[in-house]
Design a protein around this ligand. Structure first.
Ligand code: 8YV
Length: 328
């Protein structure tokens, strides 16, 4: 019996390609070429599955061309690159990689929070430029992290991980806002209090964004929201570009309407708004939230196990639209 054919759209760990090849016919982009959308569509012809990353858009037009496709396994927990309703309508299973990256990504939120609040980027650039001549009482004096009020917008798994780090590790007062309120047990576990979005913006000393991107969360933080934050506040975005209006943020940072920001994701990345590159009080990283060797391996392996689980055994591990399984 012939084995199902799959496409791996970007270079990933060779061990994971070997794992896939034990069960499936694999075409893999191990040279990491940048494929145009037309090339991607052509490569998907005859493929039953695809291992994708956040860079590939899987939408109705692509699905209509890739008529043999039955499953797309995203190597990411976020899946705003998938049109899940269009996939479900065509009986195509979608999977993502939850849980395996929660703590690693929460760690990066804290890294950016601390680096922004304590002005690490600015001080390092100053030192490297040979400008450190003598001590000054206010040299790179930043904002306190321990004991401060930590605000979290979006309280899924990663938000909860950020809350625990703040409350348990840094004695912070944690407030959060989310579409739906957590259960009393989870709130107690995270030591987090539910507040309105308005109160969150007003009261947070450090505000971390961890909500999924959708048309509803587009520019959830824009000029109006930034204007209600404390002038001493820091803003951290580890969620998705587009949740923050980057142009408005660049202006707010330039005019010191907020003190600092730490950003791992950007509108239109890998492009970065030029205004953000110009201001000193922002620390910028190139979407590395889940980037530890161990976690990236776990994500790649989970995506591969989803493909094998579904195409070989009929049982994916982390389906996003399980109704497809029932319909099959
Ligand atoms: C990925 C991410 O590295 O999991 C996510 O949602 O944003 C990152 O961990 C990125 O999306 C590439 O697939």
């Amino acid at each position: 019996m012939s084995r199902p054919a799959i496409l791996v759209t970007r270079e990933i760990f060779p061990e994971v390609i070997e794992l896939l090849a034990r069960h499936l016919d694999v075409e893999a982009n191990q040279s990491d070429e940048s494929w145009s959308r037309e090339q991607l569509v052509a490569k998907l012809a005859g493929k039953a599955g695809a291992l994708t990353t956040g860079s590939e858009r899987i939408d109705a037009a692509l699905l209509d061309a890739a008529t043999r496709l039955r499953v797309c396994a995203n190597m990411a927990v976020g899946y705003n690159n998938f049109d899940v309703p269009a996939m479900t309508a065509r009986g195509v299973l979608a999977t993502n990689t939850p849980d395996v990256l929660t703590d690693t990504t929460a760690d990066l939120a804290f890294t950016l929070l601390m680096a922004a609040a304590r002005r690490i980027g600015e001080s390092e650039r100053f030192l490297r430029a040979g400008q450190w001549q003598r001590w000054r009482y206010d040299m790179f004096a930043g904002a306190e992290v321990h004991g401060a009020t930590l605000g979290i917008l979006g309280m899924g798994r990663i938000g909860q991980g950020v809350a625990k780090r703040g409350a348990l590790g840094f004695g912070m007062k944690v407030i959060y806002h989310n579409r739906s309120r957590l259960t009393a047990e989870l709130e107690a576990e995270c030591r987090a209090a539910y507040v309105s979005k308005e109160a969150l913006l007003k009261e947070a000393d450090h505000l971390v964004l961890v909500l999924p991107y959708s048309p509803e969360s587009h520019h959830a933080i824009g000029a109006a929201e930034l204007a209600t934050m404390k002038p001493t506040a820091t803003l951290v975005n580890i969620a998705r570009g587009g949740i923050v209006d980057d142009a408005a943020l660049a202006e707010a940072l330039r005019d010191k309407r907020i003190a600092a920001a730490g950003l791992d994701v950007f509108e239109g990345e890998p492009q970065v708004h030029p205004g953000l590159l110009e201001v000193p009080n922002v620390i910028l990283t190139p979407h590395i939230g889940s980037a530890t060797v161990k976690t990236r391996m776990a994500m790649a392996k989970l995506a591969a196990d989803n493909l094998i689980g579904f195409l070989v055994h009929g049982k994916p591990l982390t389906p996003l639209n399980p109704q497809v399984l029932k319909a099959a």
